[in-house]
Design a binder for this molecule. Structure first.
Ligand SMILES: Cc1ncc(COP(=O)(O)O)c(C=O)c1O
Length: 372
């Protein structure tokens, strides 16, 4: 029953909002799974948290009356050790999207431009909008990779940052290390270049870019990583940037104090300490990706070589229909205008997924025959 004390405000707000905030589209979150189905819409890790991570969360819960360590020093030290850099080269935040927001806030405001490929991670437009800067979206090539030449050509005097995403969400394709080296060498040195490597732990292509190997020689380059995917902490929100100490200092200055909760800090430390167990999970997810790709290829799909924890089905115009076919098998995937992204999830999800994709192939070929 409606609460009679709850009254909708009658007059419209008299506050003057920034127009780009009023017109900003809300972030579209992956839909939850139906009863007995599988949520393969948010590129999450399907494994539950390790017992040591749960114990760290329970331990930290006993002290939530206290503020966390604002510098997250213990976590920063572990990340520095993991990435073979100094502590001053690591900035942590509540998810890599928040760290990206801090990065972009540090370099750009109204009148500035941020260049990124499109289609790519759906968080980029929101981050750019919040800073008041203008997004310059450069279409992917027909194969679904970043068009680095076109991105270079899109850099103007107003450009303050370029975002590169490897593996690209949603297509899964990586950027070549040498190609990124060339790009960085040709770009102006006062433009910040962010290499978003949210899925780096799932990459098995030796030629793919490794941001850590680039930041050493290029102080304007930062790599962005997260504990949301391979480390299975999406719900706790921990991400980080690795870069030159001056850039990292600016990133830290662009964030609010106490952004990481004490529970998130302790869970992240425990997850990093359990890297060996997590490596087994990551290898298992990559093996499942290969199994799904092999099944799809047998069915006749022409797939991009995904290096993330997801596969991209380039369906074209009939994505809504295909999403219904998947949903009938209990699979909730992420639907885009050009295709569908399916997260590599539970082992039990593979069979219904491949059953649905076989039906999609049949439906697509029947409609092609009718059209010809
Ligand atoms: C390419 C990419 N970057 C960044 C993120 C944000 O991750 P988080 O904020 O959870 O660290 C995502 C999440 O899906 C992503 O796909």
């Amino acid at each position: 029953m409606d609460d009679p004390r709850k009254q909708a405000p009658s007059a419209s707000a008299t506050v003057r909002f920034r127009p780009e905030i009023v017109s900003a589209a809300a972030y579209r979150q992956g839909r939850p799974a139906p009863e007995g189905g599988f949520k393969l819409s948010s590129n999450e890790n399907p494994f539950p948290p390790l017992p040591s991570v749960v114990a760290a969360i329970e331990g930290a819960a006993q002290e939530v009356n206290r503020y966390p360590d604002a510098s997250a020093a213990g976590l920063v030290a572990r990340l520095a050790r993991l990435n073979h850099v100094a502590d001053e080269q690591i900035a942590v935040g509540p998810g890599s999207i928040a760290v990206l927001h801090q990065l972009v806030t540090a370099v750009a405001g109204a009148g500035d431009e941020i260049v990124y490929a499109w289609r790519s991670f759906e968080g980029y437009p929101s981050v750019v909008t919040l800073t008041g800067a203008t997004a310059v979206q450069v279409p992917l090539t027909a194969e679904g990779v970043h068009d680095l030449d076109a991105m270079l050509a899109a850099i103007t005097d107003r450009t303050r940052a370029v975002l590169l995403c490897s593996p690209n969400n949603p297509t899964g394709l990586t950027l070549g290390h040498d190609d990124v080296e060339r790009f960085v060498a040709s770009a102006p040195r006062d433009v910040l270049i962010v290499i978003d490597e949210a899925y780096v732990e799932f990459v098995r292509d030796d030629e793919a870019v490794n941001g850590l190997a680039i930041i050493a020689d290029h102080p304007n380059v930062v790599t962005l990583r997260t504990l949301s995917k391979a480390y299975g902490l999406a719900g706790l929100r921990v991400g980080y940037a690795v870069g030159h100490p001056e850039v990292i200092a600016a990133v830290r200055a662009s964030g609010l104090p106490f952004e990481l909760s004490s529970i998130a800090i302790e869970a992240a430390k425990a997850a990093l300490d359990a890297r060996e167990d997590l490596t087994d999970q990551i290898d298992e997810i990559v093996a499942r990706r290969h199994q799904i790709e092999a099944g799809l290829t047998d069915q006749g799909w022409a797939l991009p070589d995904s290096q993330g924890n997801f596969v991209w089905l380039p369906i074209g115009a009939r994505t809504e229909w295909a999403a219904d076919v998947l949903e009938a098998q209990g699979i909730i995937a992420r639907v885009f205008p050009e295709g569908i992204r399916v997260t590599v999830g539970e082992r039990e999800s593979i069979e219904p997924l491949l059953t649905a994709t076989a039906e999609i192939v049949r439906g697509l070929s029947e409609s092609a025959e009718t059209a010809s």
